[in-house]
Design a binder for this molecule. Structure first.
Ligand SMILES: Cc1ncc(COP(=O)(O)O)c(C=O)c1O
Length: 386
């Protein structure tokens, strides 16, 4: 009787829900499923953050509506963290905006700048909300293929003149989900030059900045000259502090872009639960040692999985950052069929590349979110289907 809006109808299908259904069904049948599908840390939130939450939740002052723009102390903690981590100065009042998880801000940002038919330049494969947020804002998605031959970076020189002229936003995400690619300084410099010349906003998604190996330290785009004029950067406490369920992140960068997002959000939500904000302050200002051990843990898992896959004749891309291994599918099978085979024949869940966009076809993604013993078992099982 009621017709769903055209915008919602045109949202791409969320393949991950289908995978989740198949996984639940297999588990209900009593099968021992190894889930390498979700990018959700298996380690607990560090204890000092939980203690900060416990303390804050008992204080009734924190039970009321939170400030939309986040507590000043949280904004200060964010700018302090940025200064220590990237040597970038942020004005806590005008250049920082706490979010209910970075997904929330990323998906809402296009509402602030896109008019009907305006173009977003979206890398493909990508984290799905870049497309969803654009479509819900009435915008048009133009894909920027991320190809292995170009180190999974978009080739800005291939964007046609008329697309450039219609584009208002470009999304970038390095270290990248799902390809695990990292951006070079040269790429970031040419991106800022491209965006400045064409008056395009850069949305930089830095969710994985702290998850890196072999001494590599990802950079913030805001470290580069000229960035402050065109960049809004999104961060998350989810992966850095194992806080995916807590829903806290932030946007920072250009004042005008940050305040436009704040205006959108003031009509949509009423801030982050104050107790979670106080726990977020504890996370950002507390001891950071667990980040080192977290990276060591993922690095060990990475080496077991990647070396094991290589010895089976597979072609994994070894991550320098993120907890994703992006793997070229042997034998040119399509990614949905291949992922179904993994589930049906080996009780392994991996994400088909097509779920991240058409240029993800031909690949699958495995997340390093299970203990190393389970990764060993994964390799044993894969021997049978290789
Ligand atoms: C690339 C990327 N950006 C952003 C997010 C969202 O993180 P959150 O909303 O938990 O802050 C994720 C989560 O998986 C991600 O992979």
């Amino acid at each position: 009787m009621f017709k769903i809006s055209k915008k919602v109808q045109s949202l791409p299908a969320y393949l991950f829900l289908e995978i989740d259904k198949a996984k639940r069904k297999a588990r209900a049948e009593g099968r021992d499923i190894i889930d390498l599908g979700v990018g959700d840390p298996d380690q607990p939130t560090p204890d000092f953050i939980i203690q900060a939450l416990n303390k804050a939740v008992s204080d009734s002052a924190n039970h009321r509506y939170a400030l939309d723009q986040g507590m000043p102390a949280l904004r200060n903690a964010i700018s302090g963290w940025y200064k220590r981590r990237f040597n970038v100065n942020l004005n806590s009042d005008t250049e920082v905006l706490p979010l209910i998880g970075s997904k929330e801000g990323i998906a809402h940002f296009p509402l602030a700048y896109l008019n009907q038919g305006d173009v977003s330049l979206v890398p493909d494969p990508c984290y799905p909300p870049y497309k969803g947020g654009t479509i819900l804002a009435g915008g048009r998605v133009e894909l920027l293929p991320l190809l292995e031959s170009n180190s999974f970076l978009p080739d800005l020189t291939k964007i046609p003149f008329f697309t450039r002229k219609k584009a208002k936003i470009i999304f970038v995400n390095y270290p990248n989900n799902p390809t695990n690619a990292c951006a070079s300084d040269d790429f970031y410099k040419s991106l800022i030059e491209f965006a400045t010349r064409n008056k395009i906003i850069i949305i930089s998604d830095l969710a994985y900045s702290e998850m890196a190996y072999d001494g590599y330290k990802p950079r913030s785009l805001l470290e580069f000259d000229g960035a402050r004029a065109v960049v809004i950067e999104f961060h998350s406490l989810s992966k850095t502090y194992n806080m995916t369920g807590w829903r806290i992140g932030w946007a920072c960068g250009n004042t005008q872009l940050v305040s436009a997002l704040a205006k959108v959000k003031s009509n949509l939500d009423s801030g982050i639960f104050s107790a979670v904000q106080l726990a977020g302050i504890a996370a950002l200002e507390g001891p950071q040692e667990h980040i080192k051990s977290m990276c060591a843990l993922y690095q060990e898992r990475r080496d077991i999985l990647v070396n094991g896959l290589v010895s089976l004749g597979w072609k994994p891309i070894k991550p320098k950052a993120t907890f994703y291994v992006w793997i070229k599918i042997p034998n040119r099978t399509d990614s949905i069929n291949f992922a179904s085979r993994l589930l049906n024949e080996a009780d392994i869940v991996a994400t088909p590349g097509i779920g991240f966009g058409r240029y993800g076809e031909g690949y699958i993604r495995m997340a390093l979110t299970v203990p190393k013993e389970r990764i060993g078992l994964t390799l044993e099982r894969l021997k049978k289907i290789s």
